[in-house]
Design a protein around this ligand. Structure first.
Ligand code: NAD
Length: 481
């Protein structure tokens, strides 16, 4: 059966209805595959964001807020089933919109459905507590939703990030307003349609598209929002945190990374090499938790870099269905990554190619492996957000720890060694939010708490712990005679 993507309308989802921007303005969506416009979205302003927040508040105080936790969970499971039923069409829409290879889009849809399944199942599982206190008192700690939650989403994994953030918020009973990224947001709009069909009350899920500096900023600064979940760049994350502070509300920030994979001389190199390549090529390297540095113990430098070079050289960036590497998201992102490659102050070890049939106006970049890279250089310190891997040699375990922790980021780390003591020492020494031992999962793991330290952000999403972020405690002290 042919699953042609149906383009959603250039409308916002506000209070259960689809409306154009109040100004009537639209903005074009450019296909990363060929650089051409193929759809349009609402170019929303503060008045549209305000309407969405009012609709969310009405839902929170009305039909949505009155549902029991079990009823919320059931709706979420129904949405998960609708997503699964439409997964192929949704994946094709995502590839059209975002450019990512169809296999990645399919994986994203499976993860999206799983987020709604996971958080739908969890909706009635998180209880408060009864706290022992003085005689004649019952003390309860009630877990309550924040109210209206704002969700600002980037373009690299639109539906996965929507699922993990909005899914957890809905499970706890919040009413949500999402501002997806202007570079890729069509699948999120389609999920909004599916949520209506699944029976979500009007206003529980609102979606407002538009520019970050206009619609995004209006959402972040609005006094009607009780909690902000932001995923994106550290620079914008800082502005979000300042806006949240002005309104005295909490926020989670999932920002960038410069995550290391550390390979010791006793590692299983045959197992490590394909994982290391995939962790930087997956999604065009446009993954916050991409393994963008590989630290290699000097004794295995020649052998492992040769293994990585062979694999890098074989990667072909192109539009083919089976391509491992698709186009980057935009002309701007392509120019940025190419600038890092052109200005690299390190030897090029290997470079992949761009397919001959790739449209010349598409945003394709051949992957590049550099090394030895100076750990203090931009290639080893800055998030490139493209298929560029920096290989860095080290001698001792202490040196590996210093290099691994020696950036402003701290999101994920991978440790490759057969030595159990070293595995345990290294896992504790890593200054980051997630550590993989003899494996690496860039972006994966619905059940696994995820988040960073310092410039990678704070707060944890994914897993059960996210439900604590998207709710708050109220202590009720009940004195009885
Ligand atoms: P970005 O910060 O430019 O945009 C992210 C979102 O914020 C978009 O929806 C955008 O419209 C909005 N935005 C932009 N300016 C805004 C403003 N002034 N006020 C409010 N909202 C605004 O980031 P990007 O370029 O879309 O995404 C790439 C970055 O996101 C990378 O740094 C990457 O590492 C990070 N990222 C992190 C994670 C994570 O989970 N840690 C996941 C994906 C992406």
């Amino acid at each position: 059966m042919q699953h042609a993507p149906t383009l959603p309308p250039a409308r916002n989802l506000i209070g259960g209805g689809w409306r154009p921007a109040a100004s009537g303005r639209e903005m074009p969506m450019i296909s990363p595959i060929d650089g051409r416009p193929f759809a349009a979205i609402a170019d929303s302003g503060p008045e549209d964001v305000d309407a969405a927040i009012r609709a969310a508040r009405a839902a929170f105080e009305g039909d949505w807020g009155r549902l029991t936790a079990a009823e919320r969970g059931r709706l979420m499971l129904r949405l998960a089933q609708r997503i699964e039923a439409e997964a192929e069409a949704l994946a094709r829409l995502e590839t059209r919109d975002n450019g990512k290879p169809i296999a990645q889009s399919r994986a994203d849809m499976a993860a999206l459905a799983r987020y709604f399944e996971y958080y739908g199942g969890a909706a009635d599982k998180l209880h408060g507590e009864v706290i022992p206190f003085l005689n004649g008192y019952d003390v309860m700690a009630l877990r309550e939703p924040h109210g209206v939650t704002g969700h600002i989403i980037p373009w690299n994994y639109p539906v996965q990030i929507f699922g993990r953030s909005v899914g957890a918020a809905l499970a706890m009973g919040n009413a949500t307003v999402t501002k997806p990224a202007e570079d890729a947001c069509l699948t999120i709009l389609r999920i909004g349609e599916l949520a209506g069909e699944a029976g979500f009350p009007a206003g529980a899920i609102n979606i407002v598209t538009g520019r970050g500096a206009v619609a995004g900023q209006a959402l972040a600064e609005h006094p009607g929002v009780d909690f902000i979940s932001f995923t994106g760049s550290p620079e914008v994350g800082q502005a979000i945190q300042i806006a949240a502070a002005r309104n005295h509300i909490p926020c989670t920030l999932e920002l960038g990374g410069k995550s290391p994979q550390i390979v010791f001389h006793d590692a299983d190199l045959e197992a490590a090499a394909p994982v290391i390549v995939n962790a930087i090529v997956q999604n065009g390297g446009q993954t916050c938790s991409a393994g963008s540095r590989v630290l290699i113990q000097r004794g295995i430098w020649e052998r492992l870099t040769a293994m990585l070079a062979e694999r890098f050289g074989a990667v072909v960036a192109g539009p083919a269905e089976g391509a491992l590497l698709g186009p980057l998201i935009s002309a701007r992102q392509k120019a940025r990554v190419e600038r890092y490659i052109a200005e690299a102050a390190a030897p090029l070890i290997a470079r992949g190619t761009v397919a001959r049939d790739a449209p010349s106006a598409g945003f394709y970049v051949a992957p590049a492996l550099f090394g030895p890279v100076d750990p203090a250089s931009p290639l080893a310190q800055e998030e490139i957000f493209g298929p560029v891997l920096a290989a860095i040699p080290f001698d001792t375990e202490a040196e590996a720890v210093a290099i691994a922790n020696g950036t402003e980021y701290g999101l994920v780390a991978g440790i490759w060694t057969r030595d159990g003591d070293r595995q345990a020492r290294m896992a504790r020494a890593m200054r980051c939010g997630q550590v993989f031992i003899n494996g690496y999962g860039a972006g994966g793991g619905i059940e696994l708490p995820f988040g960073g330290v310092r410039k990678s952000g704070h707060g944890r999403e994914k897993g059960f712990v996210a439900l604590y972020e998207f709710s708050r405690l109220k202590t009720v002290v009940h004195r009885f005679a």
